[in-house]
Design a protein around this ligand. Structure first.
Ligand SMILES: NC(=O)c1ccc[n+]([C@@H]2O[C@H](COP(=O)([O-])OP(=O)(O)OC[C@H]3O[C@@H](n4cnc5c(N)ncnc54)[C@H](OP(=O)(O)O)[C@@H]3O)[C@@H](O)[C@H]2O)c1
Length: 275
């Protein structure tokens, strides 16, 4: 298998499918004329295809004939119909990358021809602004080369990490759902700014840049978050008073419980024939 993407077929051109295609085009990873796609409804295909300048295909079966890398970007409830259409037409020359939540690689492998490599990925919505976090895991028939191929696909959208499949529900609970938790924090900090007399516009800018800058500090310095927190916290200063309120409000345990609950929910949504 060449370590280069020749043709990509995207099944499903909704929020994530479009985001992925945009990343591939903008980063020049694949040229527009090498990207084929299907959606369920014709009108949606025409509109989305026109916007992105990519090639619509009449059916999923036809798409598989045109592309070697097949991306599954439909909702979980549509996956059985899609696999029924394409499963037996896929050959070992194809690589399947699925971003469908809660569908395991072995479930996909069970519906496709023997020898087809399957990679699963869980991106998140900041991928829309190229600051996404994607975790990928490989199925039993996929190699490091297939994982590298998936990395090429998702790298234009932000950071990529490889995990064991058993950790994909945890990924869903943390980075998949995580943007929602952070938006709640951002909304609260903005409201707090308003409470202490700032305009909404200024408060929101202060909150957003503070979250962005703090995350960058963590990534650039590699320091433990507690060490970075200590650097901001001067003796008898203002920050320690704020931190005491956070402790009293149980922010830490609340965030931990949020991730645990979302992880459990992801696990419960798995299709029934997986472990
Ligand atoms: N959004 C997120 O934050 C996020 C993050 C990580 C993973 N995911 C996963 O990404 C997947 C897609 O999510 P999304 O938000 O992009 O969904 P979406 O906006 O609802 O898009 C789904 C797409 O699938 C198409 N589709 C449905 N059945 C099809 C079929 N039989 N053949 C071809 N296309 C078909 C739909 O076409 P029509 O529009 O014509 O019906 C639509 O273009 C989901 O499985 C989700 O779990 C999403």
């Amino acid at each position: 298998m060449a370590n280069k993407i020749s043709t990509v077929g995207v099944i499903g051109l909704g929020t994530m499918g479009r985001c992925l295609v945009r990343g591939l085009i903008d980063s020049s990873t694949v040229s527009k004329d090498k990207i084929f796609f299907t959606t369920k409804h014709g009108e949606a295909s025409a509109k989305a295809g026109k916007e992105l300048g990519i090639v619509p295909v009449g059916s999923n079966a036809e798409l598989v004939k045109k592309a070697s890398l097949i991306v599954l970007a439909v909702k979980p409830q549509n996956i059985p119909e899609v696999l029924a259409e394409i499963g037996k037409s896929l050959t070992p020359q194809h690589t399947v990358i699925s971003i469908v939540a809660s569908v395991q690689t072995d479930q996909i492998e069970a519906s496709v021809s023997k020898g087809v490599a399957v990679v699963r990925a869980m991106p998140n919505t900041p991928a829309l602004v190229r600051e996404g976090m994607t975790a990928i895991c490989v199925g039993s028939g996929a190699s490091k080369e297939h994982a590298d191929l998936a990395k090429m696909i998702f790298s234009p959208l932000g950071q990529v990490v490889v995990v064991d499949e058993k950790n994909m529900d945890a990924v869903t609970g943390l980075s998949g759902c995580g943007p929602a938790y952070v938006y709640v924090v951002l909304e609260s900090l903005t409201d707090a700014g308003i409470k202490v007399g700032l305009s909404r516009e200024v408060a929101q800018q202060l909150a957003a840049q503070t979250v962005l800058g703090s995350a960058k500090m963590l990534m650039v310095t590699g320091k433990h978050p507690a060490a970075l927190k200590d650097e901001v916290t001067t003796p008898a200063g203002c920050t320690i008073d704020g931190l005491m309120e956070l402790e009293e409000g149980k922010l830490r345990v609340t965030l931990i419980k949020a991730v645990v609950q979302a992880t459990n929910r992801a696990k419960s949504l798995r299709l029934p024939d997986s472990e």
